[in-house]
Structures are given as structure tokens and as C-alpha cells.
Design a protein around this ligand. Structure first.
Ligand code: MG
Length: 307
């Protein structure tokens, strides 16, 4: 079942309806995997800005330059990526170290380069989807859904890494989609389902860790009602051209409680409750949403890193 789900996602391009679109997407997928920028106009954002992935691509086939240091050792060379002094240059084809050193950050948590969206004190980074300030209840460092409507960040985000912790009500009420339902809406459109999925059957692509109505989680790693759980999400937003045509679908990886439940799946469009998922073009930076599904789900420790 699980393998079928994953495999099906991987071969979705063979589906009749999206054959043409996927054929176009192959070069983008390849460039994403290789970290090669500027290889396709899909990197161009809605405002014309080039949204290239930032990891510098090594120049394959070029040898690492020999250092001029005369005291280098082989161990130092391994640590630095440099060819030790006195040795011959690295063999032809070896990948030299990137010129840019990875930025040093404090791991936290939260990591020092993260934007904290909720630290237990207030919802100043959020607004209510029905207008005005976010009105969810805050107590003891935790914010609780209270029926006042879904909330969204004031700031928009595109590609990102997101961490948040959530807990469904300890007192079990309802069943299926009516038990501990909330959701994380990437760009306000693509829902990673939040649900009490501990001994609570529902359709598989609607349980906790699912991309709602598109992908079931690889495993059900849900904790008991009332216990804190975590989502760590890596999200790459879809890209559209200036005419609103989809150039590259969004992709998402989700770890629930540290366990992989979505493995870089391609989002098929907005996660609607009914009907076929469809993409509707939108700007790259969009608010992150949390769903009020009329169940008192709790959240804490929410932070995001733009990628
Ligand atoms: Mg939901």
C-alpha cells in the first residue's frame, strides 16, 4: 500500500491528463536535483526575479586547485577539501569544494536564522482570515484553536523549512475528520493535515501527515490524543509563468515526530475538500495558514526558515 502510494506519485507523469505538462517538467526536475540554476524559465518568479536555488553548483570535471601551503597534511586536506601541499592536484573529475563557505548558524532551537512565528507569547505575526488580529487563545505558551476562524501569517513565504508542534485534544470527541482536525496551509493553499489519527480511521489521504486528498502519509506515526507532536516540513513552492501557466509543481517533504511521512512529493494543486486538485497561479510569497476546523487543537514553537 505504502510503496504503491509512493510509486504512483513518482510515475504520475504517465497519467493521461498530465502527460504533456510532465514532459515539460522533466528538465526542471533534473535541474532541481542537480542544483543547476538558470536552466529553465521556471526559475523566473512572478515579478521577473530569478529564483535560483542558492547552493553553488560545483564545476564537475575540474580538479581542486593545489594549495600553496607547505605544511598541509592529508587529514587537513580532507577537512578543508583542499589538495595538500606537495601532493599532485586532485584526480581529474573530482569535485572541488564550493567557493562559498556554508553560513555558520546557531542550531538553537530555533536555529538562529529562523523567523519565529509563535514563541508562546503572542500572535503578533498572525492575522485572522476573517479580518483583524488573530484571536486564538494563548495560555501557558500554547495557542489553541477556538472557533474564531483560521489564521495566517502577515508575512508571505515561498520555499521554506517549517517547524511546528501540535497536539489534538486529550479528551477524545468525534471521529474521522471530526476528531482533532486542523491543518497547516502552505502558501494558504496546500494543506498538510493535522488530525487525531491515533485509533481513528478515516480516508488514508486525509489522516495526519497527509497532503490532504492527495497523498497518504508513508506511515502513521501519530502519538496519543493530547500528546505533543511535531512537523518538520521542507517545501518548494510551485512556479508559474507570467501568464499563469504552471511551470513547476510544488514539492513537499514532511517529518512527523522525526519520521519521514512525505518524501518530496509533487503537489497536484490546491488541496480542496472535493473535486480534482487544480493549480491556480499565485505570487511566490504567500501567507502560511493554520486551520480552524472547530476542534481545539493546540500549537506551540512555530518557526520558519526561508530557503
Ligand atoms: Mg484539516
Amino acid at each position: 500500500m505504502i510503496m504503491k502510494q509512493s510509486f504512483f506519485g513518482g510515475i504520475a507523469c504517465s497519467g493521461i491528463l498530465i502527460v504533456a505538462g510532465c514532459a515539460q517538467l522533466q528538465p526542471q526536475k533534473a535541474s532541481r536535483q542537480l542544483g543547476v540554476a538558470k536552466s529553465f524559465p521556471g526559475w523566473i518568479g512572478p515579478k521577473g526575479a530569478v529564483e535560483a536555488r542558492k547552493r553553488p553548483a560545483p564545476e564537475v570535471g575540474k580538479s581542486a586547485p593545489a594549495t600553496e601551503t607547505k605544511t598541509g597534511t592529508a587529514k587537513e586536506a580532507r577537512q578543508t577539501g583542499q589538495t595538500p601541499a606537495g601532493n599532485k592536484p586532485a584526480p581529474e573529475g573530482e569535485i572541488p569544494p564550493p567557493k562559498e563557505e556554508p553560513k555558520v548558524i546557531d542550531p538553537g532551537p530555533p536555529p538562529s536564522d529562523a523567523l519565529v512565528l509563535f514563541d508562546g507569547k503572542d500572535l503578533s505575526q498572525w492575522k485572522s482570515d476573517s479580518g483583524g488580529p488573530a484571536k486564538w487563545e494563548i495560555k501557558d505558551g500554547v495557542v489553541t484553536v477556538n472557533g474564531t476562524g483560521s489564521i495566517s501569517t502577515k508575512q508571505g513565504f515561498g520555499d521554506c523549512q517549517l517547524h511546528l508542534e501540535w497536539a489534538t485534544p486529550a479528551e477524545v470527541k468525534g471521529e474521522g475528520q471530526g476528531r482533532g482536525n486542523s491543518g497547516v496551509y502552505l502558501q494558504g493553499r496546500y494543506e498538510v493535515q493535522v488530525l487525531d489519527s491515533y485509533n481513528n480511521k478515516t480516508y488514508y489521504h486525509g489522516q495526519a501527515g497527509s497532503i490532504y486528498k492527495q497523498y497518504a502519509p508513508l506511515v502513521n506515526v501519530s502519538r496519543k490524543p493530547g500528546e505533543w507532536q511535531s512537523y518538520d516540513i521542507v517545501y518548494h513552492a510551485p512556479r508559474f509563468d507570467e501568464n499563469g501557466k504552471l511551470l513547476m509543481p510544488g514539492t513537499i517533504t514532511v517529518l512527523q515526530n522525526g519520521v519521514l511521512v512525505q518524501d518530496n512529493v509533487e503537489i497536484k494543486g490546491g488541496t480542496a475538500a472535493a473535486g480534482a486538485p487544480k493549480y491556480h497561479a499565485h505570487p511566490l510569497k504567500q501567507p502560511l495558514g493554520l486551520q480552524d476546523h472547530h476542534n481545539p487543537v493546540r500549537y506551540r514553537n512555530i518557526w520558519i526558515r526561508e530557503l
